[in-house]
Design a protein around this ligand. Structure first.
Ligand code: ADP
Ligand code: MG
Length: 339
């Protein structure tokens, strides 16, 4: 199995786990996770539904007790010092958890009270957080009147009222439209930089993880199966691919020709997928070879690896919850990766 080397020195880590495990009966939802995350990182947990992302984050937030192993936030152990851990973290979870009947400002006030901030400190921080999440103008409107994106910004703001060192974002953009998602993430990225906050986020939108995260852990069945920068992870796949849609790809005759001409190619769903170093440069040569071998090419496309390809390579499955169908796969092949 391909494995990206983990950081071995733990000096200066703000989030640290060692053999962190959560079992429900015999089933390990999180299974021996070792992490060392530095201050200021935007660290992504990427994995399909049920991989154990929320359980892992919940242990770090002290709301789920580990079965074994250990974890600390800002060097406070999550089991021994849960109060200190909580003061150091902000949480934005999957489900929306605002009170609709209150205004944005009132929601933040409620949170400040829960954290025991005195009135003067609270009002000053709330003002600065509202500014930060660009909700100053809407602060005194009922949350009921907010758009999805505004609600999420308010929730992120709420996670920040007590000035946490670490912010946990568990699928914070799920169900939002792409434009709002983009706004939220641009905002989060900027925030991490300006306020020196460490962010641990989960998402199964791979493009988001790729765009935002300084490092990513790919998690499957409770285990980290790969860890590295987005580029490191993608370089595991060794470059780009050329995809040729073939006439009669499923017939033995064509298969034989493909195998003889391109021994390293994979046949997939009526297409031949070939790993190359630089697709754009090599595609004409590949087409020429195919033509000489009498392989009838219907369509060509080029593809740069995505994190989904990494996941596919490591697990043999798609990262998305729904099993991605042919149409999806072809769409993915069809576009060059944006940067
Ligand atoms: N309280 C629980 N009791 C039993 N099983 C659980 C519980 N919480 C989560 N699980 C199981 O643990 C696995 C991981 O869940 P979760 O952490 O929510 O995954 P993810 O957030 O990656 O979708 C799933 O199979 C889920 O059904
Ligand atoms: Mg989850």
């Amino acid at each position: 199995m391909v494995r990206v080397v983990f950081l071995s020195e733990n000096d200066g880590a703000i989030i640290q786990t060692s053999g962190l495990t959560k079992k429900y009966g015999d089933f390990a939802a999180v299974d021996g996770v070792d992490l060392s995350i530095k201050p200021g990182e935007i660290f992504g947990l990427l994995g399909p539904n049920g991989a154990g992302k929320t359980t892992l984050i919940s242990m770090l937030c002290t709301t789920v007790m580990p079965s074994s192993g250990s974890a600390s936030i800002n060097s406070f152990d999550v089991v021994a010092r849960p109060g200190d851990v909580r003061r150091n973290i902000g949480i934005v979870f999957q489900e929306q958890s605002l009170d609709d009947r209150l205004t944005g400002r009132e929601n933040l006030e409620l949170h400040a009270t829960l954290y025991g901030l005195d009135a003067a400190t609270a009002s000053q921080r709330i003002a600065s957080v509202l500014d930060l999440v660009e909700l100053k103008d809407k602060a005194d409107a009922l949350v009921r009147t907010y758009s999805g994106g505004m609600r999420r910004r308010l929730e992120i703001g709420r996670g920040l009222v007590h000035y946490p060192k670490v912010l946990f974002l568990d699928e914070p953009t799920i169900g939002l439209d792409p434009q709002t998602r983009e706004h939220i993430w641009a905002y989060v990225k900027d925030l991490a930089k300006r306020e020196q906050i460490t962010i641990l986020m989960t998402t199964h939108y791979m493009e988001e993880a790729e765009m935002l995260c300084t490092r990513i852990a790919i998690i499957d069945h409770g285990k980290i199966i790969a860890l590295g920068t987005p580029d490191e992870l993608k370089s595991m796949l060794g470059g780009e691919t050329v995809v040729l849609k073939l006439r009669d790809a499923d017939t033995p005759a064509v298969r034989e020709k493909v195998q003889a001409t391109f021994p390293d190619a994979k046949l997939f769903d009526g297409s031949m997928v070939l790993s190359v170093k630089a697709a754009e440069k090599e595609i004409s040569g590949v087409l020429e070879q195919a033509r000489s071998a009498g392989i009838d090419v219907l369509e060509t496309s080029m593809h740069r690896p995505t994190l989904n390809d990494v996941f596919l390579k490591l697990t043999g499955r798609e990262i998305r919850d729904e099993k991605a169908g042919t149409a999806d796969a072809m769409r993915a092949f069809g576009r060059m990766h944006r940067h």
